[in-house]
Ligand binder design. Structure first.
Ligand code: MET
Ligand SMILES: [Zn+2]
Length: 767
């Protein structure tokens, strides 16, 4: 018996981020539209060839995108807000304008809003649906790509974002009041037309992605919506649908999703393994089950014996039923492209533990081959078992001292010496800050000069001593400027850091860094997450020298120590899967705690532990919130409570919609939080009003994502609004986030204005 092997999607960027270079080249005018199209076509062909070379029986098509697959789906359905319709529509201009905005002599349109794709680090563009929304088939990209693959001789399966998820992920356009999902009936004919074209082009199966099925859905709304949608799509003759959902269990949605008129159902059996028993019971015998057994979200080699056992269970339970397929849990979009470039960069042992997209394709094919004839892949299975065992037993993974220390902690390691009100009084006495203290979030411009010095240091062209000297000069200039500008709590500027997670990963044990482990974050942007493979520990202090030097440049004002928090380090890394994430976070927290204590001992009186990612780590299902929030609060407290009452602990978040996590934010027990706010005053103020907040808080007075200099008047207006909700003695003045992407001239002007706002507010308050 042979079974179909496939994946839900492949990374788009290419082994060397070719797509990034193509699109960015196109944007800057160095690559023509035709070159972009041809280069992309080549990339797709390469990726199909790679998948086929491992014997994958069916390849996905339409998973490729110039920018984002949600944008593709919206664009294809003609969901193009009016402001983009003035953009030349012949080529890709309007499409890219929706993705990244467009500014020239005649047009100035911002992009669509960008949002996180479920709980991944990928961001999608949020379509806007208006009351009078018309839909039409505006692009046949997926049909064209299907024909392309077919012409090359591949068995291909088009991938399309399903109609319900497309609308559920959209938002109501400004000035409209209908919900996007209200428009389902008028959207469906576009899907029928598109799928009719796919059938005519010779497609047999279409993969319809409906990832919202892994969320808490209101059954009374979504069950009828799905029923209506799939009844209508079933009208297209000659086409079979694979309904796919991923990133979690279908849970209570399974009972009705299982009976939709589709021909196959995909199960994410990595994160949704709990679904298996009920799925085998509920999915009718005439439907294919696509078993998502290879993890698309992490980079560890699968335990093939274990996954094979699950596959065997499914196959034997479905003996007289429709076929079983083997697949990836979700699209491989969230994995780096291939391990090949890491050979010679990572050591042999570590290489043996990892599997990127290319290797995951191979794992899928090994499972498919093994279920038909185990002997045919005996050697591969043996090697896999040896690799899995090597990771389980490696001495590099475990540090008994760290484990023992974490296990031995008691309540006192999670609690400050005194309550906030006591600490606040002590800190007022010692820090002697004015009313409405001014500060920044940490980083100052990473100029070309700073980046160049770092690159030269890495290449060896600059000695360690020269590089450190360069950093000292930059830091001193930065501190002196802040002092002159009248800021109250200063920062060293973070010139030594490329990235707020990478910097700490490089100093801690238990991390490795890949050479080309890039993953798409949004549009042409990629990130290279560190890999946490083992118990984390801190071999030496990481920031104490820099902080001490910075403080020495400022005899009168406190300089903040700057650290990244345990949840953010976890969230922006590939994390080991052999122990709960909470435990890994606890180990990171211990390392940060030691750093915090060392900073205090070195005379640093204000310490900031950034946790911008605490909210994005929220699980997909509400039932899982509480457990997550409990341990993320715990690890933050573990990291920050080792100090005396005099030491002021700050934290920073890059979001303001914290209604859902407000109680958790309070329990962090930080003395001061700085938080993004300028783009969404109302959200934050609403939350403050509902939940109340007793500690000190600095809601951002201006958006740092734009080079625009905010005027004194606009920031003063914002500051005045904040004073209605926050007691004066608790209110700080600061920007939304760090300034590393900005240039010095605009930073100087903006912060000078910000200080003026605080000074004027102090005078007004005294009067
Ligand atoms: C994404 S939050 C960034 C915080 C960091 N301290 C910075 O200023 O860059
Ligand atoms: Zn931030």
């Amino acid at each position: 018996m042979s079974i179909k092997s496939t994946i839900l999607g492949f990374p788009r960027m290419g082994s060397d981020r070719q797509l990034k270079k193509l699109v960015e080249g196109f944007w800057s005018g160095k690559v023509t539209e035709q070159e972009l199209a041809e280069g992309s076509k080549q990339l797709r062909a390469d990726h199909w060839a790679l998948q086929a070379s491992y014997g994958l029986t069916e390849v996905p098509v339409g998973d490729f995108s110039y920018y984002d697959h949600v944008l593709d789906a919206a664009f294809a359905a003609g969901i193009i807000p009016e402001r983009y319709q003035q953009v030349d529509n012949a080529g890709t201009q309007a499409y890219f304008a929706m993705g990244r905005g467009l500014q020239n002599k005649s047009i100035d349109v911002p992009s669509l809003e960008m949002k996180k794709w479920f709980d991944t680090n990928y961001h999608y563009m949020v379509p806007e649906v208006a009351d009078n929304q018309a839909f039409s088939l505006h692009s046949t990209k997926v049909v064209d790509e299907f024909k392309e693959a077919k012409a090359l001789g591949y068995a291909a399966r088009p991938v399309v974002l399903g109609p319900v998820s497309l609308l559920a992920l959209s938002k109501t356009a400004k000035g409209s009041s209908t919900k996007p999902l209200d428009h389902l009936a008028s959207l469906l004919p576009v899907y029928v037309e598109l799928f009719g074209q796919l059938a005519a082009a010779g497609a047999e199966w279409v993969q319809v992605d409906e990832p919202v099925l892994s969320l808490d859905l209101e059954a009374s709304v979504y069950q009828p919506a799905f029923a209506q949608a799939y009844a209508e799509l079933a009208q297209v003759s000659g086409l079979k649908y694979l309904l796919t959902s991923y990133f979690g269990r279908l849970g209570d949605n399974l009972s009705w999703a299982a009976t939709l008129p589709v021909h196959g159902i995909h199960l994410d059996l990595v994160r949704g393994a709990a679904d298996l028993d009920s799925a085998l019971e509920l999915i009718p015998a005439d439907k294919v089950i696509s078993a998502g057994l290879i993890n698309g979200r992490n980079i560890w080699k699968a335990n093939l014996d274990k996954q094979l056992a699950t596959l065997a269970t499914i196959v034997s339970a479905r003996q007289s039923a429709a076929p079983v397929w083997v697949s990836s849990s979700c699209s491989l979009l969230h994995s780096p492209h291939s391990l090949k470039p890491e050979v010679g960069h990572l050591d042999e042992e570590t290489l043996g533990w990892l599997s990127f997209a290319e290797e995951k394709v191979e794992e899928v094919t090994i499972l498919a081959a093994a279920i038909a004839d185990r002997d045919s892949v005996a050697e591969q299975l043996e090697r896999n078992a040896a690799n899995v065992l090597s990771r389980q037993q490696s001495e590099r993974i475990t540090r008994p001292a760290v484990q023992q220390r974490l296990a031995a902690l008691d309540e006192s390691s999670y609690t400050r010496q005194a309550a906030f009100s006591v600490r606040q009084a002590v800190q007022r006495d010692t820090l002697k800050l004015p009313l409405f203290p001014t500060t920044t979030i940490g980083s100052f411009p990473q100029t070309a000069e700073v980046r160049k010095a770092r690159a030269q240091f890495r290449k060896g062209a600059l000695s360690q001593e020269e590089y450190l000297q360069f950093l000292d000069v930059e830091t001193r200039k930065c501190i002196e400027w802040q002092d002159e500008a009248g800021l109250d709590v200063l920062v060293h500027g973070e010139f030594e850091r490329t990235d707020m997670v990478e910097f700490f990963g490089e100093h801690l044990e238990g991390f490795v860094f890949t050479k080309r482990g890039w993953v798409q974050s949004y549009g042409s942007r990629c990130v290279k997450p560190p890999v946490i493979f083992g118990d984390v520990s801190r071999p030496h202090a990481m920031t104490v020298d820099v902080a001490k030097f910075a403080q020495s440049c400022s005899p009168n004002k406190p300089v903040k120590g700057m650290l990244t928090g345990p949840v953010t380090i976890l969230q922006w890394s590939f994390v080991r899967d052999d122990q709960p994430r909470s435990q890994t976070a606890g180990q990171i927290a211990l390392a940060i705690r030691d750093e915090v204590v060392d900073l205090e001992a070195a005379g640093i009186r204000v310490i900031q532990v950034d946790e911008p990612a605490i909210r994005e780590g929220l699980p997909l299902r509400k039932a899982d919130y509480e457990a997550y929030l409990k341990w993320s609060v715990d690890v933050f407290r573990l990291a920050t409570t080792g100090v005396r009452n005099e030491t002021q602990i700050h934290t920073h978040f890059c979001y303001s919609d914290f209604n859902e996590i407000f109680t958790a934010i309070k329990s962090l027990d930080a003395d001061v939080i700085t938080i993004e706010n300028s783009k969404s005053d109302l959200k934050l103020l609403g939350a403050l009003e509902v939940h109340g907040y007793a500690a000190e808080i600095g809601p951002g007075l201006y958006d740092i994502h734009s080079p625009r200099v905010p005027s004194v008047e606009e920031m003063a207006a914002r500051f005045a609004a904040l004073q209605k909700y926050i007691p004066a003695e608790n209110l700080w003045a600061n920007p939304d986030c760090g300034l590393k992407t900005r240039g010095w001239p605009e930073v100087k002007e903006s912060l000078t204005n910000l200080v003026a706002v605080a000074v004027a507010a102090r005078q007004a308050h005294a009067a």
